[in-house]
Ligand binder design. Structure first.
Ligand SMILES: Nc1nc(=O)c2c([nH]1)NC[C@@H]1CN(c3ccc(C(=O)N[C@@H](CCC(=O)O)C(=O)O)cc3)CN21
Ligand SMILES: O=c1ccn([C@H]2C[C@H](O)[C@@H](COP(=O)(O)O)O2)c(=O)[nH]1
Length: 311
């Protein structure tokens, strides 16, 4: 491939350049500061197993894949992630722990306690009713007599219902799930960023769209676009459809001011290659995938660039 042919990642670099040059600079919730725009869109083909992994830096796609599988279990405690060596959610419970106790525990010790101590994990490892809880167990309430209501033992499983809906009503315009449970947002460690996923069947292919209300373009995006592609591929496989394309739509899309090195480095690099995501087994349901089922081939990215995460 020559440099003059468009590469799927050009869209990303173009948006990065635009935000870095023209984004509105402000102090955000984290105090780090961002340059930001409202509204952006990108689309990527999933045909022939294509997957929109960034190539201008190495993306640890297995971390993102483990996170996606964790969401699908309905779990909201970081313990299972930490056990698998996934550290991307640790900073939020750790921050809550430090603020509550005044103890300046380091991250490794905190993670060791989360894994080794049941009570500690239960008390400090939970993120509140975030993604997984809403995706597979959205709370519902049932009448308990005398005008009273109680929380039903089992909530709505949006993912199971979605699989069924894609299979039975593929022409539907209601093929979606969302993590944005207005009533429960205040209890979440972080309100969902990748908040609404919508799907469409066209020509025997499944297309997936994500609305992400808030996007850390330097760090979170690489994971979010992989996650969108992965869930679209899994749903397609479960519904006997071919993968079509994914559409990503961002609300507040921003670059953190302390990501200057990453931004400059990525903008100076040229995207190359066409990685593919293989799913090597057809599990009996959307909830039975394992990390070993996924494989990325033909991925030869440029070197990883680390950048601090704003908490
Ligand atoms: N500021 C911010 N950005 C995010 O992307 C983000 C949040 N907060 N809060 C919640 C989750 C956590 N996510 C994260 C957190 C950290 C990394 C991160 O540090 N990624 C590094 C290394 C990953 C690793 O070593 O495993 C990377 O280079 O991708 C990525 C996503 C995505 N979300
Ligand atoms: O999957 C994710 C999760 C989080 N982010 C980013 C987007 C923002 O930078 C922060 C969240 O802060 P808010 O103040 O709640 O918007 O995390 C992401 O990009 N992807």
């Amino acid at each position: 491939m020559t440099d003059t042919q468009p590469h799927y990642e050009d869209q990303y670099l173009k948006l990065m350049r635009h935000i870095w040059r023209h984004g509105d600079e402000r102090i955000d919730r984290t105090g780090v500061g961002t340059r930001s725009v409202l509204g952006a869109s990108m689309r990527f083909s999933l045909a022939d197993d294509a997957v929109p992994l960034l190539t201008t830096k190495r993306v640890y796609w297995k971390v993102a894949a483990r996170e996606m599988l964790w969401f699908l279990t309905g779990d909201t405690n970081i313990r299972e992630l930490v056990k698998q060596g996934v550290h991307i959610w640790t900073d939020w419970p750790l921050d809550a722990y430090r603020r509550a106790t005044g103890e300046d525990l380091d991250r490794d010790t905190f993670e060791m306690r989360i894994v080794g101590d049941d009570d500690f994990a239960a008390r400090w490892g939970d993120l509140g009713p975030v993604y997984g809880a809403q995706w597979v167990n959205w709370p519902i309430y049932e009448p308990a007599g005398e005008g009273l209501y109680r929380k039903a033992e089992k909530g709505r499983n949006q993912i199971a219902e979605l699989v069924e809906a894609i299979r039975t009503t593929p022409g539907s315009r209601r093929l979606l799930f969302t993590g944005w449970n207005v009533a429960e947002v205040p209890q979440m460690a972080l309100p969902p960023c990748h908040m609404t996923y919508q799907f469409q069947v066209a020509n025997g292919k499944l297309n997936g769209l994500l609305f992400q209300r808030s996007c850390d373009l330097g760090l979170g995006f690489a994971f979010n676009i992989f996650g969108l592609s992965m869930i679209t591929r899994m749903l397609a496989q479960q519904c006997d459809l071919e993968p079509g394309e994914v559409v990503w739509q961002g609300g507040d899309v921003h670059l953190y001011l302390n990501h200057a090195e990453l931004v400059e480095a990525q903008m100076s690099r040229v995207p190359a290659g066409a990685p593919k995501l293989r799913i090597n087994r057809r599990p009996s349901s959307i909830f039975d995938y394992r990390i070993e089922d996924f494989e990325v081939v033909d991925y030869a990215p440029q070197a990883h660039i680390s950048a601090p995460v704003a908490v």
